[in-house]
Design a protein around this ligand. Structure first.
Ligand code: GRF
Length: 221
């Protein structure tokens, strides 16, 4: 298969050289947060790094022009870019447009935060070790959607959330941090989701800080 990013936007190696010359990951980690909806994890990241000069949320990308998180970005004075997947003929063309925007912004790390589109293997390979995700379960258990319903149906006494590097298979990839959250007898999917979500809001900034402090060998920036 031809390399889509080469075909559409030029040579990989040239652009990678450009990335490494133009910034120092040690002095400031430049983040892009990718969303599709509500944006509460985006908000947690924005709040956590407001006064942190070593971590900067440079841009927020949404594939959905109606995502509530776009308003959160605007309220924090962060540039948000809608790259609407409906405007592209194929997944590869959408991913290439996202890739180009990330390169233009000299992004060191992508944080997926409720980003609901599957990314191509080519895009995932391109950003391997530089793209992380948060998932509302203790991976590798309960990959995919409707985690809280499935946790309750299985009668689990604990669930949790996980920050992990993104690998081609959905909700797989090296685990960075996890935290356990108790399941209570009276929980509904909604009450459990709310308890897990507040744990997510604490966990995601911690994982980004580990990367900024260069404490994770898995980070390939
Ligand atoms: C979170 O539960 C996250 O773990 C999952 O999608 C949800 C996004 O919520 N990947 P929000 O948009 O950050 O509020």
């Amino acid at each position: 298969m031809t390399a889509p990013f080469d075909r559409d936007h030029g040579d990989y190696s040239t652009r990678e050289d450009g990335m490494s010359k133009n910034h120092s990951p040690l002095s400031q980690l430049r983040l892009a947060v990718m969303i599709s909806g509500r944006g509460s994890n985006l908000e947690a990241l924005l709040k956590a790094f407001t006064d942190d000069k070593t971590i900067r949320i440079v841009t927020v990308i949404s594939n959905d022009p109606k995502a509530q998180g776009l308003r959160i970005a605007a309220d924090h004075g962060v540039e948000a870019r809608v790259i609407d997947h409906h405007q592209f003929a194929s997944r590869i063309e959408f991913d290439s447009a996202v890739d180009e925007f990330l390169i233009q912004n000299r992004i060191d790390l992508i944080c997926l935060a409720g980003f609901m589109r599957i990314l191509s293997d080519e895009f995932v390979a391109r950003w391997s070790g530089k793209m992380i995700n948060i998932h509302p379960s203790l991976l590798p258990s309960y990959r995919g959607l409707n985690t809280h319903e499935r946790v309750l149906a299985a009668g689990e006494s604990f669930t949790g959330c996980t920050v992990h590097f993104v690998a081609p298979e959905v909700d797989s990839g090296e685990i960075i941090l996890q935290v356990k959250v108790p399941v209570l007898a009276e929980d509904s999917p909604e009450t459990l989701a709310a308890r897990v979500l507040s744990a997510e809001h604490r966990l995601y900034p911690q994982a980004v800080r580990l990367i900024a402090q260069q404490k994770l060998p898995g980070y390939k920036g």
